[in-house]
Write a protein that binds this ligand. Sequence first.
Ligand SMILES: [Cu+2]
Length: 67
Amino acid sequence: MAIVTLKVEGMSCGHCVSSVEGAVKKLGAAGKVDLAAKTVAVEYDDSKVSVEQIKLAIEDQGYDIVS
Ligand SMILES: [Cu+2]
């Protein structure tokens, strides 16, 4: 298991939280959004999914990954 914390621009409400966490969940990972900090902490199996895939899934929901 690996954990990455991504800074995400554009999340503003509970809907955003579910979109982002849902997109991450579809990859078999677990995401936890911190709206105030504008971050999502993702715990994932690095033998099954890459950080790039996680970033793409979040961007597909319409959010920008800052770092
Ligand atoms: Cu929202």
